[in-house]
Design a protein around this ligand. Structure first.
Ligand code: ZN
Length: 163
């Protein structure tokens, strides 16, 4: 779909809001799980999304944004959460993988918006935002590596205590 600048900005704001909300949920979930490190990662990610959304709102300035009727970008539902069962059973590793997959979806979303738009500013911003999502995914990658080795250590009975 070829976005005009106002359409693109409206979607970008919605995307960042969605990410900020989902990250907050994930952070709370990880706190319940007792993993404060991963909860902290998600709190940071939530803050970044919020800040990015705020920056975009500044960029919007006086431009009138269309109301989104159908919002085509949403985070996937976590595979673990089915029906009325809350997704608290997600392990930190699951949660990180899940977040990473959604960052990549966000990246692809921005990338294709940039590629398909005839508007030079949409092309520029879309590329910029896609790069930002790629950096978020890379940050999560590092945490996934960290979390994997932590889980492995725990399974081998290393006695560093904490979950
Ligand atoms: Zn992101």
């Amino acid at each position: 779909m070829s976005y005009t600048l106002p359409e693109f900005l409206a979607h970008a704001i919605a995307l960042e809001k969605e990410a900020a909300d989902r990250y907050l949920e994930l952070a709370e979930m990880m706190e319940e799980f007792g993993n404060r490190d991963v909860a902290g990662v998600f709190r940071d990610m939530s803050r970044f999304s919020k800040m990015h959304g705020d920056d975009i709102a500044v960029r919007v300035g006086g431009i009138e944004l269309p109301r989104l009727r159908s919002w085509e970008y949403r985070w996937e539902t976590p595979p673990e959460s089915s029906g009325d069962k809350p997704s608290f059973i997600m392990t930190p590793l699951n949660a990180l993988d899940y977040a990473r997959a959604n960052e990549l979806r966000g990246m692809n979303y921005y990338r294709s918006a940039a590629e398909q738009s005839a508007d030079a500013e949409v092309r520029r911003l879309g590329g910029e935002f896609a790069d930002e999502e790629a950096r978020h995914a890379a940050t999560l990658d590092q945490w996934i590596v960290k979390e994997r080795s932590r889980v492995k250590l725990a399974h081998h009975g290393a006695s560093d205590g904490g979950l």
